[in-house]
Write a protein that binds this ligand. Sequence first.
Ligand SMILES: NC(=O)c1ccc[n+]([C@@H]2O[C@H](COP(=O)([O-])OP(=O)(O)OC[C@H]3O[C@@H](n4cnc5c(N)ncnc54)[C@H](O)[C@@H]3O)[C@@H](O)[C@H]2O)c1
Length: 423
Amino acid sequence: MNVSVIGIGRIGLPLAATIASRGHTVFGCDIDAPLVDMVNRGENPIPDEAGLGAVLGLVVAAGNLRATTDTVAAVSQSEAVLFAVAVDVEESGRADLRNLYAACESVARGMKPGTLCIFDTTLPVGTTRNDLAPRLEAGGLKLGTDFSVAFSPERLLMGRIIEDLTKYPKVVGGVDANGGDRAAAFYREVFGGEVLQLASAETAELSKLSEGAYRDLNIALANELAQVADVHGVDISEVIKAANSQPYCHLHVPGTGVGGHCIPVYPRFLMQGEGPSSLSALGRAVNDAMPGYAVQRVEQLVGDLTGKRVLILGLTFRPDVAVTPHTNAVDLLREFTARGAVVEGHDALLSEAGVRELGFEPAREPLSGYDVAVVHAKHRSYNSLNWKALAPLLVDARNALDRATVEAAGVRYLGIGRPVSPD
Ligand SMILES: NC(=O)c1ccc[n+]([C@@H]2O[C@H](COP(=O)([O-])OP(=O)(O)OC[C@H]3O[C@@H](n4cnc5c(N)ncnc54)[C@H](O)[C@@H]3O)[C@@H](O)[C@H]2O)c1
């Protein structure tokens, strides 16, 4: 089978490479010409994505995956077209679908009768049917008669996408009468795993938003409980461990907010849609307030932060992946700076230019002599840091450090919802 994957970024490239590794011919379509050239040389543009380099080298060498900027030509030779173009939120909080619209326009121009189109990008409910499918018809083919459309969300964790692609059931929902059946058959063939065929594209869209909204709200609850723990001087880690020992409780970990272009974004898709969304909005507000709360706690301990030297370590949104959209490190920078602190940033996975792009003054090695150090994303390479040299106070922004190790090094530890070590 010939397949086009539109958008070969963080999701689309592993998706394209995995399908190609099953013996299909895949065109990886993207508007980013240097990225296309790199892929065609068999070079891996996402080195922190486990297993991608190996599979990419194989499928490019075998001629099963070819990247191209000519989406129209690729689509005209394909039986299936998968959309993995990113959708983010605008300032206003509404989904920014412009890249996806442009992709639809190219696909509509190239699509031949019989094509199956599947949208993998997470979308507000109703977008596939009401907004995107009509754009595909603009090329002259008729939905349901000449081509089919389905929605099938990606359910992956960055860093282990290749593994996750086939690990969880593939959820699909169709727009036209055949869309769901055809998408389910497609994924059974290319992945061979379990497929959950839902009643409609809207059902599948809402299922994906539900996963994200659940996690955002769960983290918001953990964050609120962490603040209650601070009031009473108890350790939220102990509380959550005890609460979760009962099988109906699944509290997540509190921290200084939620980053990345998934979890903090999907509740906003619910908030812009029809139907109630007051809980989604409340969860967002609680999580967005956490960087300010954490810095306030530091201020209570240290006193006036004016002129204090602060180091923020790990600026990506999560440990061990070089991805920065909606990272809360930037919110911590804003909150410390607003209180007069002098902040530097360090990230083992980002270049100096990447650190500057986020608004940070890059910290110089050796990392030492700060008043406060904050571990935001605890990359594996930070395990060997000399905590003692960094600063007398270490803030564990995601409750990810081993408190005993930090204290054994003679450093005061402050977690989220965890009592500070004695002075
Ligand atoms: N990253 C994740 O962990 C994750 C998890 C689940 C779902 N998703 C979904 O996947 C979507 C894609 O995320 P990503 O991380 O791969 O984004 P990304 O920014 O890494 O990749 C998107 C790619 O699309 C390309 N593109 C933009 N406009 C195009 C066009 N008109 N034609 C062809 N290519 C075009 C870009 O150049 C880029 O390479 C997200 O919006 C999200 O809904 C992401």
